[in-house]
Structure formats: structure tokens, C-alpha cells
Design a protein around this ligand. Structure first.
Ligand code: BDR
Ligand code: CA
Length: 311
């Protein structure tokens, strides 16, 4: 049976991904990292979400408080000061375990033959774990990343936030040799929860209702920031290959992470030439990642709402 670790920075869309993952997959732990808010806030939010949704058995290991290099950049503009503004979750009485995120991942890789990491935040924890144990990569089945884009960014015109927040970490992950899946903004930002679904959550029960206020905050920020009438479920998309592989179409591509560019630091440069000039230099033979290119958006949102409304 495949085991999963969710490496996350909750975060509104992380919160939803955690609930969906815990409903469908054998989640053996969450590792947290700075990102949408400070490491203290993302760790507290992770514990509150798990306990609020009835998954108190899943441990949380806290990780990096900042990137390998440079300044810490958080996602307050979209997720608020707490990283999960608008939530009405009870405060968990649990704490993160003593082991840090990198050690948790390394130990899990010894204990679980078939281990997949769902990486939906800056990839600092994974990069630290790979540096601490250079044999780690050989024991991971796959890393499914929400990050990057084949087109536009969000942190900058070129760069998506999870990669932009720690490009050097992302390079280490992309170059690790572990099979990589990448679902980026070109897919994840195109759809999401609308006011119609949110009204169902407000009127519902369980974790859906507890998170409705938070998701309302998130939708309102998406509208005021991007003029969107939907709240993207970016992070849930990274789970979809293990829930229903038909819902997101991936294509083998060569991806590099730009660390130097004056205007493009943190960009994932995806070589799409092979798909344009069939058999050209950028074809599946030199690919290093499966990159998402389209999604069954209706099916994904229906699944999300149904999972959030479960008692
Ligand atoms: C990604 O950045 C974060 O704000 C979200 O949680 C998601 O992981 C989208 O760019
Ligand atoms: Ca995230």
C-alpha cells in the first residue's frame, strides 16, 4: 500500500488538500514549512485542521522557518496574518512531534517501501532531507509537486509562489532523480470553489462548515487580488493522480528552475517545443517530470465539496 507524507504550509488550499488526502489516502504524517505564513502558524494550522476533521492520529513534524538562501517571503496577502484567516477551528491540544520534518521524511523512507511525498509548499524540507541523507532519493517512489507553471506566475509574472519562495530547494528536488509530477498554475489557477459551493459549505456540517469562513476569506482575497470568481484549490490538484488518475492529464517535459534571472528567478521553464514540433529536441526522451496540462475541473471540485461535507 502506498504511504503519503503531505509537505505543506496551511494555508487555505492546503487545508482542503489535507482533508481530501486524509479521506482517500494512507497519510502517515504531515510535515510543515514556512510559506503561506510563519512555521509556527502553519504548524498550528496543520494540527487544528487534522483534529477538526477527526484525523488526530496523523502526526505533524515541523520543518524549515525560511529558505535555503535569501529572505523569507510569506503569503499573507492571500492567506492573512495567521495563514488561515477566517477559520473557526477549535485549537488542537496536540503539539508537533519532536522530530523535525527532514528527519521524519528520512525515517519514513526506511519504514515504508512505497512512499510518495505530496509537496504543496516551498520545497525546503525536502531539500534539507536530501542533503542530510543523500540516499533518501533512492527510497522515494514519487514526489507530486504543486508548484511552478508552464505559463504565468503569481508571486511574480514569471514565478509561482512555492518555487519562488525557495528556488534553490526546488532545483535540488527536480535534480534528485526521484520521479516528479508537477501540477502548476497553468492548470490549478483556472478553476476552483465558487460562491455556489461555498454556500453549501456554510449550510453544511463538519469540517466543511468549520472551514467555510476561511474559504470565504480566501475567495474574497482571490477576487480582490486577481478579479477571480473562484478560489483555486491549487494543492488538492497534487493529490489527484492517486485519487483518480483520469482527472488530470500529465505530459512528460523537461523542466528547469531559474535561479538567476533578473526578472525570472523562481520560474519553472517547461520545454514545450516537443509538443509543438513533434519529435523535436524537447520530447519525452529528455523529460525529467510529468507536467500537468489539463484537468477535469468539475469532477475535482465535486470531490472536494463532497469530502468537506462528510461528517
Ligand atoms: C501555492 O502557493 C500557496 O499560496 C498555495 O498554498 C499553493 O501551494 C499556489 O501558488
Ligand atoms: Ca500550499
Amino acid at each position: 500500500m502506498t504511504s503519503f507524507i503531505i509537505d505543506c504550509d496551511p494555508g487555505h488550499d492546503d487545508a482542503v488538500a489535507i482533508v481530501v488526502a486524509a479521506h482517500h489516502l494512507n497519510v502517515i504524517g504531515l510535515t510543515t514549512v514556512f510559506g503561506n505564513s510563519s512555521i509556527e502558524n502553519t504548524t498550528r494550522n496543520a494540527l487544528d485542521i487534522l483534529d477538526g476533521a477527526g484525523f488526530e492520529h496523523i502526526p505533524v513534524a515541523a520543518g524549515a522557518s525560511g529558505p535555503l538562501i535569501g529572505q523569507t517571503k510569506t503569503g499573507e496577502a492571500i492567506h492573512g496574518k495567521s495563514g488561515l484567516d477566517g477559520a473557526t477551528l477549535p485549537t488542537s491540544t496536540r503539539q508537533a512531534i519532536e522530530q523535525d520534518a527532514a528527519d521524519f521524511i528520512i525515517q519514513a523512507s526506511h519504514e515504508h517501501d512505497d512512499l510518495v511525498i505530496i509537496a504543496v509548499a516551498p520545497e525546503t524540507n525536502l531539500a534539507i532531507a536530501m542533503k542530510r541523507d543523500p540516499t533518501l532519493a533512492s527510497r522515494l517512489t514519487e514526489i507530486s509537486i504543486m508548484g511552478g507553471s508552464t505559463s504565468h506566475g503569481n508571486a511574480t509574472a514569471a514565478a509561482e509562489y512555492n518555487i519562488y519562495a525557495d528556488p534553490e530547494a526546488a532545483v535540488r528536488v527536480f535534480e534528485s532523480g526521484v520521479p516528479i509530477r508537477m501540477v502548476g498554475l497553468n492548470v490549478t489557477s483556472t478553476f476552483g470553489i465558487t460562491q455556489t459551493e461555498l454556500d453549501k459549505l456554510h449550510a453544511g456540517t463538519g469540517i466543511g462548515r468549520e472551514l467555510a469562513g476561511a474559504l470565504q476569506f480566501y475567495l474574497d482575497r482571490q477576487t480582490s487580488t486577481y478579479e477571480r470568481s473562484h478560489a483555486p484549490m491549487h494543492d488538492t490538484c497534487a493529490l489527484i493522480p492517486y485519487i483518480n488518475p483520469e482527472w488530470i492529464e500529465y505530459q512528460p517535459l523537461h523542466v528547469v528552475v531559474e535561479c538567476m534571472g533578473t526578472h525570472t528567478r523562481g520560474m519553472t521553464l517547461c520545454d514545450l517545443r516537443g509538443s509543438v514540433v513533434g519529435g523535436g529536441i524537447a520530447n519525452s526522451e529528455n523529460s525529467n517530470a510529468q507536467v500537468a496540462i489539463s484537468a477535469n475541473t468539475t469532477a475535482i471540485i465535486e470531490q472536494v465539496v463532497s469530502d468537506l461535507l462528510q461528517d
